[in-house]
Design a protein around this ligand. Structure first.
Ligand SMILES: NC(=O)c1ccc[n+]([C@@H]2O[C@H](COP(=O)([O-])OP(=O)(O)OC[C@H]3O[C@@H](n4cnc5c(N)ncnc54)[C@H](O)[C@@H]3O)[C@@H](O)[C@H]2O)c1
Ligand SMILES: [Fe+2]
Length: 398
């Protein structure tokens, strides 16, 4: 038996933010970061002022947030007791808000309310706090607005470790997708976060936990992302904002999250989480290359599934194997076209740092949930070979 968890509402399209002015919230706790506060917070404020809601802002979220930052926000939440938490930002902001909520509901547990989270427990967050969660993503990438995962970094060990914690109670009540918020995304973030969403579509579709419901969302999301990402990137190079293209990317990122959130991720994300924390590389910068390695590693095990993705993207081939191979070649080309790195070296990892950290990095990667749901079994030796190829951007030959 399996279940497919979704938010109660997905509000999307032009002026989606106005949905808030139809609600009767009394006190909104807005989780955001300094950039978003400066760029777009006024748009949210306008809607909340229209319904006379009190607003408390916690805008201290850094990129790739830590458990320790989240704990600080949870303490403030417990003081002000809002009736709605609004996460207004990228994955870092949404993951932080999702992490704060169980800590607020279980103050006696502190960080353990997240670190010791039982994925299948009934947390009763809504009953305990009298509050709901609304996510408003401003990047078109993570899909955290609809997943039951929160990815947070534990800074307490020498090699920092990023871990994914999950529970279905963390799935937002409402997600609001307003493409206007993405108009300020620089081209590097359009590329990086877009490839995060592509990696979710690939990972969720190839995962051993894939199912009919996730397949439907992920194939279409992959098609939308593949067709619109290069266009959005080229337009951003000239400063053009085409809202139709932006909306497709924004919707597709959420669809990818919705799908993979209910089917799991694979080896690409196991690598991405680990190198992100260990070598301090933003998720959006490294995940595209990690996904390319996951395609190469898995191609003989799930060539038919990779060929399905190729078909969705309009990539041709005479046989299943040829289609799968053509997608892998096109994947690398698209990464290069949008100026994303392929190798760890290009991501700024020095040989010295690599040699010092690699054993711990492989241990952490093996223990990431993405290694468990990977279609081809993976062991320590395999990761030695994958990482060694990835250091200089070589193709996999095993
Ligand atoms: N929970 C999940 O299911 C899930 C899935 C994938 C990734 N993640 C996590 O999400 C985090 C990354 O999130 P992200 O890629 O969205 O980046 P981010 O939230 O870290 O944001 C990156 C930068 O972009 C800026 N930004 C955000 N929106 C903007 C906009 N509209 N215009 C201009 N600048 C904007 C932010 O202020 C920040 O400086 C990582 O920690 C990653 O591990 C979580
Ligand atoms: Fe991701």
């Amino acid at each position: 038996m399996w279940d497919f968890t979704s938010p109660r509402k997905v509000i999307f399209g032009e002026d989606a933010l106005e949905y808030l002015s139809e609600k009767d919230f009394k006190h909104a706790f807005v989780v955001t970061d300094p950039v978003m506060k400066k760029l777009h917070f006024h748009l949210l404020e306008e809607q909340l002022k229209a319904i006379d809601a009190k607003i408390t802002i916690f805008d201290e979220i850094p990129g790739e947030p830590s458990l320790q930052t989240v704990e600080k926000g949870a303490k403030l939440l417990a003081e002000v007791k809002p009736d709605v938490i609004i996460a207004f930002g990228g994955g870092s902001v949404m993951d932080s808000a999702k992490g704060m909520w169980p800590m607020w509901a279980n103050p006696e547990d502190g960080i353990d309310a997240i670190e010791g989270l039982d994925p299948f427990a009934d947390l009763k967050l809504r009953e305990k706090t009298g509050c709901i969660l609304i996510n408003i993503p401003t990047t078109s990438g993570t899909g955290s607005d609809v997943t039951w995962a929160t990815v947070l970094t534990d800074k307490s060990s020498d090699t920092e470790r990023k871990a994914s914690f999950g529970n279905r109670d963390l799935v937002a009540d409402i997600t609001i997708l307003d493409p206007i918020l993405t108009k300020t995304l620089p081209k590097s973030l359009i590329a990086g976060t877009g490839f995060d969403a592509i990696s979710h579509a690939v990972g969720g579709y190839l995962s051993t936990w894939a199912n009919d419901f996730s397949d439907a969302l992920l194939l279409h999301a992959f098609k939308l992302l593949w067709n619109n990402l290069p266009l959005a990137y080229q337009q951003a190079e000239t400063g053009e904002v085409d809202y139709e293209v932006r909306e497709k990317l924004h919707n597709a990122a959420t669809m990818s999250g919705w799908g993979f959130g209910n089917s799991q991720i694979i080896l690409g994300h196991a690598i991405g989480h680990t190198i992100g924390a260990a070598f301090k590389i933003p998720h959006s910068k490294c995940i595209g290359a990690c996904c390319w390695y996951s395609l190469m590693y898995n191609k003989n095990t799930v060539s038919e599934r990779i060929a399905d993705l190729a078909t969705a993207a309009g990539i041709k081939g005479d046989t299943i194997e040829e289609k799968a191979e053509n997608l892998i070649v096109a994947f690398k080309k698209m990464l290069m076209d949008v100026d994303l790195p392929i190798s760890l070296e290009e991501m700024g990892v020095t040989k010295e740092k690599y040699d010092t950290e690699i054993e711990t990095v492989i241990d952490y990667t093996l223990n990431d949930s993405g290694s468990l749901s990977n279609p081809r079994e993976v062991d320590y030796e395999d990761y030695v070979n994958i990482y060694s190829a990835m250091f200089s951007g070589k193709e996999l030959d095993f």
